[in-house]
Design a protein around this ligand. Structure first.
Ligand code: ADP
Ligand code: ADP
Length: 237
């Protein structure tokens, strides 16, 4: 499904953030990416959809090497990848429903009441997603009226609305309290399992990773230093 082959990144400053990372993420597998600050976790996540340009290596999503695409092809291919962010990145002035549909659109519209431009099937599908993340009754609220946990649920629904083949998740619970973090992690991993959707989750909190992830990849100084099930990690530590 996703295969990284010899992925490396050296920033213009001379910092080498990734050195020869090779990693396969099969369909349905959820990987927790752990490692100390500066290990290269964010860089890895951002290289996959080329928010950061890799220095070398292949990024195979199915048959397509994302690393070698030009701008317009890249825009097309990015639709295959859903992103979920630490700070949610919602549009505050839009409603929950509008935020979710903007995932389907692939950009944030500037006109008002753009809901009318969507076919009924898209709207219906968005309601199903909102129901799945437990926000059905909040569909018409503005994003800025929600709690942190609710905002991240919108972030999840928005990523799913675009019908992705892969989810990239960057510290989804870093701004949430422990109880809400567990709820969000449970929701995210359940949804991925239900759909056979592979995900890479940059997760700062190692116990949380151990509780919810099927596979853990540990980075240190830009290299993979651990790759295995969570219980193996306990024995190594
Ligand atoms: P995080 O805590 O999420 O890893 P950081 O605080 O390390 O984030 O970095 C915040 C932002 O600054 C990010 O966009 C990151 O790419 C950028 N950044 C991190 N280190 C450097 C650096 N040495 N030079 C320039 N930008 C950096
Ligand atoms: P992590 O997410 O594990 O904290 P990062 O990917 O943010 O690690 O950073 C890995 C390394 O790359 C660090 O040495 C960091 O300073 C450097 N780095 C990150 N972003 C930038 C940037 N935009 N410019 C220069 N160096 C950066």
């Amino acid at each position: 499904m996703l295969t990284l082959d010899g992925l490396s990144k050296t920033y213009k400053t001379g910092d080498t953030a990734l050195s020869d990372v090779t990693l396969s993420v099969p369909k349905g597998q959820i990987i927790g990416l752990i490692g100390p600050s500066g290990a290269g976790k964010s860089t890895l996540i951002r290289c996959i959809n080329r928010l950061v340009e890799p220095t070398s290596g292949k990024i195979m999503l199915g048959d397509v090497n994302l690393a070698s695409l030009g701008k317009s092809d890249l825009r097309q291919q990015r639709r295959r990848i859903g992103m979920i962010f630490q700070e949610y990145a919602l549009v505050e002035r839009l409603t929950v429903m509008e935020n979710v549909l903007s995932g389907r659109l692939g950009y944030v519209p500037f006109w008002r009441s753009f809901l009318r431009r969507f076919p009924a099937t898209d709207i219906q599908r968005a309601y199903q997603l909102l129901d799945r993340v437990g926000l059905m009754e909040h569909a018409d609220k503005r994003a800025d009226a929600l709690s942190g946990g609710q905002r991240q649920r919108v972030g999840i629904a928005r990523a799913l609305a675009q019908g992705p083949e892969l989810l990239l998740v960057d510290e989804p619970t870093a701004s949430l309290d422990p109880k809400t973090s567990r709820q969000i992690m449970r929701l995210l991993t359940e949804i991925c399992s239900e759909r056979g959707l592979p995900a890479i989750v940059n997760i700062h909190d190692v116990p949380l990773a151990q509780q919810f992830m099927q596979r853990i990849v540990g980075l240190r100084a830009g290299r993979v230093v651990f790759d295995g099930p969570p219980d193996m990690l306990t024995r190594e530590a």
